[in-house]
Design a protein around this ligand. Structure first.
Ligand code: ADP
Ligand code: MG
Length: 701
């Protein structure tokens, strides 16, 4: 749009200059006035609350005290020189101590005067003192940004602090910007929407996010800015979705024919759950619209996603199309292939598998069969993506664990047919609704929130190191019943060496407790060759070993129904969703399954909460909500690479309502004005065209 003064390089702001500008760019990514204005405080210090001196305790954070300086003296020699003052209110007195800037303190802190003192109290020689407190004269002077009740605290870095750009320094710059440029801040959201949700203007919001008039004003500012942030993410996603749907026709699957019917009526060994039926219906609707389907199916481990995928693929073949299913690892691909083959019992569709270890000879045959349309369903790894793999008429692509594939890899599958195939994405890691709406906001989302009937919930116990013998006893008892046991150790990059030592010690101890020839132990970890891993894994799958000691390589989708005990060592070190994934490796057969979480005696508050959560619930969605609160969205498994989650102000753990409002608003706007041609939406159109030309969100002023 039009150039704005707010696009001015930060260097030219008074008090910045070239050196600090460079640091602001490097350390905080701030290049312009506008970006500095969008560097919001991450918290506020409540300066409306005054503590009385007799209320102080050493576990208080920063406190504010109103009192009179009743004494001031300089004591000590040379480097021990310091100024000690006594601050007194009607309840008592404390010491204030300065070791530096003594000249300034001497000139500005006056005996007999009243001050607002701000700092962290500490106990010294049995009485309270505050070193290097901040002092303000009382009463405070009143200016637009000066009379602070809630003092902003900004993120800064060590390097910035060296150049006086600590939180206070940044606050000064913000003051300048706001005093001089507030009127140039432009509205980004159409007024009719502001009105509908009774939101304040951008200008008022920016003023109050930095210098809140009071708590109510701060809430309003936060609300407005959070809405704006989420709104524009949704706008972009849903607008893209719409463009895609306008551009790509979808293959039509109107017929429910022999494959689906025979499978459903004669082959399927169980009744589908309500949730499975619902999702299949959704897919039926999607594939009859003449628009390409892009649907995400979320469901907990064991919720039965494979059958849903299989029935969709049979639907494709009933309509004369081929389907393929891509998994992130060879083991997973093989398992899908096997479970699909066993569900089909060799009837109906022809199913093949293609992975990295498919031989050249096999490939030649397979390629020819694919092109001739003789294969209905192809299961595989990224080997499917290769250009040499040509389908006769690919109608549906199922992607398992989609976060493990890059955008480019997915796009290649799209190009396997002149009209892109329908896309069904499945994820075994349930993620909270807010996260799904943000990460996968351009997909339609289905949720399988019901487990097949008759499943016995996995029993989870937390044991401490001292109870290890109990654990071994339990293992023996279950193995005697013919079951198999996983024992998982953490292997984390930062502490890899130590972890490997633990693993080795663990293996040794296992060998001692479970000696050959009565017991066989398989060992799998990331340092082994693929062939060795495969071999060890196969031993366990075939029931030739009773115990599988492993690092987290088994996390992804391994399916051994006879394994009914999962032991997780150092469980406190795993994230919640990872624990849940690991636990999902058991509980796959008819037997009662168990998960034992082993931990040391010392647990952090978060660690304790994670283990308690695991013991309390088996519900992946519930677990993911807690995980989101504990770790924030960027650390939830599978979300790491997503830039969408670098939110400035909104919080997906707490802002569900705002997100829903933002999304609904966008849906309303787009359905009423698909191309954003109405004058009242022109500001949105401008925004999107800037985004398309590659301007980052926070650079748009
Ligand atoms: P996931 O969602 O983790 O991929 P799977 O599709 O592997 O789950 O299903 C787990 C197990 O549950 C499989 O053995 C599958 O055959 C079985 N299953 C799936 N749906 C049902 C159902 N409706 N009733 C009974 N068993 C089912
Ligand atoms: Mg699965």
């Amino acid at each position: 749009m039009f150039a704005s003064t707010l696009d001015t390089t930060i260097e030219f702001l008074k008090g910045v200059g070239p050196k600090r500008a460079e640091l602001l760019q490097k350390e905080l990514g701030i290049f312009t006035y506008n970006q500095l204005l969008n560097h919001f405080p991450f918290r506020y210090i409540d300066r409306t609350r005054f503590y009385k001196i007799n209320e102080l305790s050493s576990d208080l954070p920063y406190v504010q005290i109103l009192g009179r300086i009743t004494n001031k003296e300089q004591i000590g020699e040379k480097h021990k020189k310091r100024i000690v003052a006594r601050l007194t209110d009607e309840t008592g007195s404390i010491e204030l101590v300065w070791f530096q800037s003594l000249k300034w303190v001497d000139e500005h802190v006056m005996k007999g005067k009243v001050y607002i003192v701000f700092g962290k109290p500490a106990v010294f020689n049995g009485s309270f003192s505050i070193s290097h407190p901040e002092l303000e004269t009382y009463p405070r002077p009143s200016t637009m940004t000066g009379n602070l009740r809630l003092q902003p605290v900004y993120n800064s870095t060590e390097k910035l602090k060296k150049f006086f750009l600590d939180s206070k320094g940044i606050q000064k710059l913000q003051t300048l910007l706001i005093e001089q440029h507030l009127s140039e801040i432009r509205e980004t959201i159409p007024p009719y929407i502001l009105e509908k949700y009774q939101m304040i203007s951008r200008r008022e919001a920016v003023l109050n996010i930095h210098f809140p008039k009071d708590v109510v004003a701060l809430k309003k500012a936060e609300n407005r800015l959070k809405f704006e942030e989420l709104f524009f993410i949704q706008l972009q996603m849903l607008h893209n979705k719409q463009l895609r749907e306008l551009k790509f026709k979808g293959h039509l699957f109107p017929i429910v024919g022999e494959h689906v019917n025979t499978f459903y009526n004669e082959v399927l060994p169980f009744e589908l759950t309500g949730a499975q039926k619902r999702v299949i219906k959704e897919i039926r609707v999607d594939t009859q619209r003449g628009i390409q389907m892009n649907r995400l199916v979320q469901g907990d481990v064991g919720s039965g996603k494979t059958v849903v995928a299989l029935m969709s693929m049979l639907l494709a073949s009933d309509n004369g199309y081929q389907a393929c299913m891509m998994a992130p690892t060879e083991i997973l691909a093989r398992q899908h292939y096997e479970s699909i083959s066993s569900l089909l019992k060799g009837r109906l569709a022809k199913v093949s598998i293609l992975t990295g270890s498919t031989t050249k000879k096999q490939r030649t045959v397979l390629h020819a069969e694919l092109e001739a349309g003789e294969i209905d369903i192809l299961v595989g790894t990224h080997a499917l993506i290769e250009d040499k793999v040509v389908f006769k008429n690919l109608g549906l692509v199922v992607i398992d664990e989609q976060h493990r594939f890059g955008v480019e890899q997915r796009a290649k599958l799209w190009r396997k047919n002149t009209v892109p195939p329908h896309i069904l994405v499945m994820t075994a890691t349930p993620i909270p609704r807010t996260l799904a709406m943000t990460l996968y906001g351009d997909l339609d989302v289905s949720v399988i929130d019901e487990l097949p009937a008759g499943r016995k919930p996995i029993e989870t116990k937390h044991l401490f190191e001292g109870q290890r013998l109990r654990m071994f006893g339990f293992m023996k008892q279950e193995i005697a019943k013919g079951r198999q046991v996983y024992v998982v150790y953490p292997l984390i990059k930062e502490s890899e060496k130590l972890d490997l030592l633990h693993l080795e010690a663990g293996i040794e101890q296992m060998g001692y407790q479970f000696p050959r020839p009565d017991y066989q132990i398989s060992i799998v970890h990331g340092k082994m060759s693929n062939a060795d891993k495969q071999y060890e894994m196969q031993q366990f799958i075939d029931g030739k070993s009773q115990i599988m000691v492993a690092t987290t390589v088994i996390e992804v989708g391994v399916n051994v129904p006879n394994a009914s005990v999962m032991i997780i060592e150092n469980a406190e070190r795993f994230g919640l969703s990872q624990l849940h994934q690991l636990r999902g490796r058991v509980g796959r057969g008819a037997e009662q399954s168990f998960c034992i979480l082993m931990s040391g005696n010392k647990l952090s508050a978060d660690g304790r909460l994670r283990l308690e959560t695991m013991v309390k619930t088996n519900n992946g969605f519930e677990i993911s909500e807690i995980d989101l609160k504990l770790r924030g969205p960027g650390d939830i498994s599978g979300t790491q690479q997503s830039g969408v989650l670098d939110l400035k102000i909104a919080d997906l753990a707490t802002d569900q309502r705002i997100l829903q409002e933002a999304r609904n608003t966008v849906i309303d706007i787009i359905s009423a004005d698909p191309h954003l041609e109405l004058p009242e939406n022109s500001v949105l159109k401008t925004y999107l065209s800037k985004r398309r030309s590659g301007i980052a969100f926070d650079k748009i002023s």
